[in-house]
Design a protein. Structure first.
Length: 156
């Protein structure tokens, strides 16, 4: 699964990038195969403490007791090795798309419906919802759309 994900990522990029992952070992080989030497790659390794009570562990993550940023390949800028952006994006997706909340009963019965729900979330997030930090939508910031306020969705 890591191979397919990283290969897809590499196919969408034309410039050299800095890539950060967590400590999942499958990423290291997948990045090497997909990017070769054309990537600055670092990994963030987090150490977690033990939950005091087994029941608490189910609903809340263990406390982080240490973080190490490690260069893996190329010349990654150590201070920029981070998974925080993708973790925040995953959290936002879970909060906006009920089908992805933990311990949910709002699952999709068909894969097609699930894909449509996720696509709708990203269309809203990128083209409609204004980002407070950049004061416009991500699509406007990227120059893909104008602030005309017009938005249309094309369904298959």
């Amino acid at each position: 699964m890591a191979d397919a994900f990283i290969e897809d990522l590499a196919s969408r990029l034309s410039n050299r990038v800095q890539l950060s992952t967590d400590a999942l070992r499958a990423y290291t080989d997948a990045v090497e195969r997909a990017f070769g030497a054309e990537v600055d790659y670092g990994s963030i390794v987090k150490t977690f403490g033990q939950a005091e009570v087994e029941e608490q562990r189910r609903y809340s993550p263990s406390k982080i007791t240490g973080v190490r940023r490690m260069p893996v390949q190329g010349q990654p800028h150590i201070d920029l090795i981070s998974t925080s952006h993708v973790k925040k994006q995953n959290h936002t997706l879970r909060m906006h798309c009920r089908r992805l909340t933990r311990l949910t009963n709002a699952f999709s019965k068909k894969l097609e419906n699930f894909k449509a729900a996720v696509a709708l979330h990203y269309a809203y997030y990128n083209f409609v919802k204004s980002n407070i930090a950049i004061r416009c939508t991500p699509a406007m910031a990227a120059g893909v759309t104008t602030p005309s306020g017009q938005f249309a969705i094309s369904w298959k």
